[in-house]
Design a protein around this ligand. Structure first.
Ligand code: ARG
Ligand code: ZN
Length: 890
């Protein structure tokens, strides 16, 4: 059944208090749910319909008396409730079977401990309830369980009582001082240990922070705790938002569908985003942990204190909170260059994952209009594009104006369940003189219209008039259900570079004096012209600086102009972007020019020379160099083409890598020597960047050696792999051997497995390195099938399933898109197999063929056939059904 945003109506009842008692048992957990409810006088009277899923109902009492009830599908319907406005009590007793819960929604067991995941609609798998975010209640929770097996009993809020029970059992009672929607409920029970930290807030309040993990993992919790302390301090400093609880807990579990969950006071995390020490985690892991810990913590205000009225408003909390975690990570960077690197990384995610989503069958607005299964809408559009929409608001009102807007948002809506409109209105109202306030209704098209706008620019220099005229026009392709798109409000960061590469002062015709660059112009019309005066020679425009809007910029730059931007632009984003444009251009030319023979050299000398200059530039950071030297990914290149031949893209990109490896071999050696020793390990941006560049150098040196048959660098790489003092260096060395296809990989891989056989997160890396490796003559699919027979493989653990199956189907285009269609057959079998275990994980995997209609033959027909095969399966979950039926309709 399709759920429509336009059909929203307020609930017919409010739930004021919830008193839950759990007798925890893996096979049969008993849940007693005592609620006080009252009718919502604002809507017509109707029966109470409570959501429930896979529950065994034993008893229903109203004000202590038995009552009649009936089932309507999975809903429990109560018709004979007390009339009038008086509150009444409802008591519901149910049981459920956590050990059989493989969907990992609701209450489940992982490694003999109990965990919950309730967002979006998991609470109904625990008890009958009005499982919708606009019903906010006060919770008290009593947990009872065997004390030896489950010594730690946690829920939201404050621990108010605990003690012994007979039969070796014990109990704990928790009271959450804040009202919350059901999706923020959580409980945890098991054998866990914690790292604890007392902190005093700016406001002088004391808090206890805790990170709970399995015994043996305590030595991997320091970074998560540091990240949490930084998060608390940052939200106070930047937005004046303090921790509103005495106790704030993070708990790690190795079975988790997503990254983490912001349950009030009791965040539950995928171990991947908590556990790190230098021996087992890479720099990337450290930085992901920092941003996910920040993200969940920041939800405490943006999401929990102010929540969503309905799930169509998901980006209200997710877009805003991603924006906040991005800003947090940037603000933790000491050097401006590191901030720029973070911005480039964020944009790279948006463009490689969200742009294709916006152009494919799952395209949806940041605030969707309909869905079948809300779990399918935890997307890069809701999260990352949503964050860009918030970022544009900040651009339009300024950083201080945005902070004022946030303050007004909390003054107005603290404790409420609201909409995206409410948020945008608050930011605009706090800045009445801003472009946002002036343009608000039009700006909000970013919430309602799906699809990535394209901005087309042309520049004309008039020497006689000493003027430069930049014409910008915008358009947006239609998406399903939205044939015509109205113009967006697009902030365009702009500069004009002179022949020396310096920014010219910008003076628009009609302006009395120049304004120091860079400036932001706001494009609101389908087409707009900007004429700059006092320009002595044709400049090179640097448009969309800092990636000021989530659009595709088309400008017919010459190679020389792009090289000029790459060498000189003061905007690091556009400097990087110029290099990417040059590389994409060469790739597309080679892809069009028929077969790519071994030894082909798709890149021109000027590009190679420019890359050499970047590598040698003493003024540039290692991290920035690593980004510039990284070629655009195969998925990104594919999006630039109308018809996609994944094999050809792969062949060309591999040829480009080999060319950079060989042509710059001497430079790679120098770069490696200069960056390989970084002293004692710390995961800060500067030394991470140095390790990344050293790793990149090793990969290229191994590729060059594999081409030439030389064994010196592969040998050195293997030595580094064995001797490395941290996981980043060790993994980079291993990846260099695997990625170059050198024979030593076959020795290093089993060694790596033996070294880390008890570290699940490292074993995930071991799997995904192999399933994501460059395909050579179709070798990866057989390797994947072999790896699925490995004793460490399991489809039931989401991290493990993703490291093998998703990495192959969604991260290895050339391995997956085989001319013999075997990749698609494998995909359809795994989707169906997973769907019976865990629909959320299956539906994510199902999206691997989103872009099937762009594929060249024979891929296109074979892909469609595979999707149809999945769609034809009876009793698919709503999750997978929605994804494959939208794909077929594309
Ligand atoms: N709110 C969580 C976060 O962004 C994600 C939870 C999504 N869970 C789900 N089952 N779809 O941090
Ligand atoms: Zn979130």
């Amino acid at each position: 059944a399709v759920i429509n945003r336009a059909d929203y109506i307020a609930p017919a009842y409010w739930i004021d208090t919830v008193d839950l008692s759990f007798d925890l048992d893996p096979a049969k957990t008993r849940v007693l749910n005592k609620m006080t409810l009252r009718r919502n006088a604002d809507v017509p009277a109707e029966p109470l319909k409570l959501d429930g899923e896979e529950l065994n109902l034993a008893r229903v009492l109203v004000n202590g008396q038995g009552t009649s009830f009936r089932m309507e599908g999975e809903q429990l319907v109560l018709e004979n409730l007390p009339e009038g406005a008086e509150a009444f009590e409802l008591e519901i007793f149910t049981t459920c079977a956590p050990v059989k819960n493989t969907k990992l929604m609701g209450l489940y067991v992982s490694n003999d401990s109990f965990f919950t995941q309730c967002e979006a609609e998991g609470f109904r798998r625990i008890t009958y309830f009005l499982d919708r975010p606009d019903v906010m209640a006060s919770y008290s929770v009593t947990l009872r369980a065997d004390k030896a097996k489950y010594p730690v009993l946690l829920s939201n809020g404050n621990l108010v009582e605990q003690g012994e029970l007979e039969g070796g059992r014990h109990f704990a009672k928790w009271v959450d001082p804040h009202k919350k929607p059901a999706y923020l409920f959580a409980l945890v029970a098991g054998q866990l240990v914690s790292r604890e930290q007392r902190i005093t807030s700016r406001a002088g309040k004391e808090h206890t922070l805790q990170v709970y993990v399995r015994p043996g993992d305590l030595d991997k919790t320091e970074h998560a705790m540091n990240s949490l302390m930084h998060s608390v301090a940052w939200d106070e400093a930047r937005f004046g938002l303090s921790l509103d609880l005495e106790r704030f807990m993070i708990v790690a579990t190795s079975d988790f569908n997503m990254g983490a969950m912001e349950n009030k006071g009791l965040n539950i995390f995928n171990t991947k985003y908590v556990l790190a020490n230098q021996a087992t985690a890479t720099d990337t892991d450290y930085s992901n942990i920092e941003s996910v810990v920040g993200h969940e913590y920041f939800h405490n205000w943006t999401g929990n204190r102010i929540t969503c009225r309905d799930w169509f408003q998901l980006s209200l909390k997710e877009g805003l909170t991603v924006f906040r975690d991005q800003e947090f990570s940037q603000d933790l960077c000491f050097e401006p260059s590191a901030r720029a690197v973070k911005r480039i990384e964020d944009v790279r995610v948006l463009r490689t994952a969200q742009f294709p989503e916006d152009a494919g069958p799952m395209a949806h607005p940041v605030r969707p209009d309909s869905y079948i299964e809300i779990s399918n809408f935890y997307t890069v559009t809701i999260y990352e594009k949503g964050a860009e929409v918030v970022r544009m608001m900040q651009t339009l009102v300024g950083r201080d104006g945005f902070a004022k807007g946030m303050k007004l948002y909390f003054e107005r809506h603290d404790g409420q369940a609201v909409t995206c409109d409410d948020f945008a209105q608050a930011i605009a109202d706090a800045n009445p003189a801003s472009d946002l306030a002036r343009l608000l209704p039009q700006f909000k098209r970013w919430y309602s219209q799906a699809g990535t706008p394209r901005v087309h620019g042309t520049g004309v220099y008039d020497a006689a008039a000493r003027s430069y005229t930049l014409t910008l026009s915008q358009s947006c392709a239609s998406t399903a259900g939205q044939a015509v798109k109205e113009p967006f409000v697009i902030p365009v960061g702009l500069g004009l570079l002179d022949a020396d590469g310096a920014d010219l002062p910008l003076q628009l015709a009609g302006e009395a004096a120049p304004v120091a660059a860079p400036r932001t112009f706001v494009l609101t019309e389908a087409g707009q012209t900007l004429t700059f005066t006092h320009i002595d020679a044709e400049p090179v425009p640097s448009i969309l600086r800092g990636f000021s809007a989530p659009v595709v910029l088309e400008f017919d730059y010459s190679d020389a102009q792009l090289l000029h931007l790459l060498a000189n632009d003061i905007d690091p984003f556009n400097r990087w972007e110029a290099g990417q444009r040059l590389a994409v251009r060469s790739a597309i030319e080679s892809i069009a020019a028929s077969a790519c023979p071994a030894g082909a050299e798709p890149l021109n000398d000027a590009y190679v020379q420019a890359m050499r200059s970047v590598l040698r530039d003493p003024a540039l950071d290692a991290a920035f160099k690593e980004l510039v030297l990284t070629l655009p990914g195969e998925t990104y290149i594919a999006e630039q083409l109308d018809v996609v031949d994944p094999q050809r893209i792969h062949a060309v990109r591999e040829a480009m890598r080999a060319q950079l490896a060989t042509a710059l071999a001497d430079d790679w050696a120098v770069v490696y020597e200069a960056h390989q020793d970084n002293g004692a390990y710390t995961p800060d941006p500067l030394s991470s960047g140095r390790r990344a560049l050293a790793g990149m150098a090793l990969t290229h040196l191994c590729i060059a050696a594999t081409v030439s048959g030389d064994s010196v660098w592969p040998g050195k790489t293997y030595q580094r792999f064995k001797a490395a003092g941290n996981m980043t260096d060790r993994f980079n060395a291993l990846a260099a051997l695997v990625s170059s296809g050198h024979a030593l990989a076959a020795e290093a891989l089993p060694r790596f497995h033996a070294m880390f056989k008890d570290e699940a997160l490292v074993i995930d890396k071991w799997f995904s390195l192999q399933t994501g490796a460059p395909d050579r003559g179709g070798n990866i699919l057989p390797a994947v099938k072999q790896l699925m027979k490995h004793a460490d493989f399991s489809l039931r653990n989401p991290n493990r399933a993703r490291s093998v199956v998703s990495t192959f189907c969604q991260g290895n285009p050339a391995g997956f898109h085989r001319a013999d269609a075997a990749g698609y057959v494998f995909w359809s079998e795994r989707v169906i197999e997973l769907d019976a275990i865990n629909p959320q994980v299956a539906a994510r995997l199902a999206r691997a063929l989103d872009r099937w209609s762009k594929l060249a033959e024979p891929y296109r027909s074979a892909a469609r056939e595979a999707i149809a095969r999945v769609a034809a399966k009876s009793d698919l979950s709503k999750d997978t059904h929605e994804v494959v039926s939208r794909a077929l309709a594309d």
